[in-house]
Design a protein around this ligand. Sequence first.
Ligand code: SAM
Length: 174
Amino acid sequence: MSVAGFFAAIPLTLLGSYDVPWVPTRRRLIPHIMRLARVGPGLRFYDLGCGDGRVAIEAAKRGALAYCVEIRRDLIEKAREAAEEAGVAERVVLVNKSFFDVDLSDADVVYMYLLSRVNAALRPKLERELRPGARVVTLDFPVAGWTPVHVEKHVVSGMQRTLYLYIRGVSDSR
Ligand SMILES: C[S@@+](CC[C@H](N)C(=O)[O-])C[C@H]1O[C@@H](n2cnc3c(N)ncnc32)[C@H](O)[C@@H]1O
């Protein structure tokens, strides 16, 4: 079964009150995400549903101001500890809220490792709030109705993983 098929098969009842279960991005993929999103000093990076903060922390290590948006308090605490341990706590903004309630108008990059149905639910918000040129990278689940400017595949631990890069104003215009 593909990664996307595996997640899509998770019954909604198992997700509890959250939109997506916590499944961390494999660390080997993170440098590819940084490269695709062109993460560098001074930009604003948002991980929507940041889990233990690993992707946001890497963005902060590269000089970005990283917003780690996570609904679970226990994971926000993990992310706080990890950011402190990595010495980048001053560049990691921990936001313990639903990503549906966070303003994205200053984002340069948004990263999402969510589910297709959640990407679809977020799409109108992304189209409303993101500035033209903002980059959106998703792992394994595309944004239906958008055209990626780049797609790349990586095999990690025997599983094929797919990264999609979108650019606001390009990918979402018909
Ligand atoms: C597949 S995990 C990805 C974690 C992290 N982005 C990574 O790549 O390692 C999805 C995360 O989204 C969080 N989440 C689910 N629904 C959310 C919501 N409405 N707002 C914020 N976070 C949410 C989950 O708790 C989980 O940590």
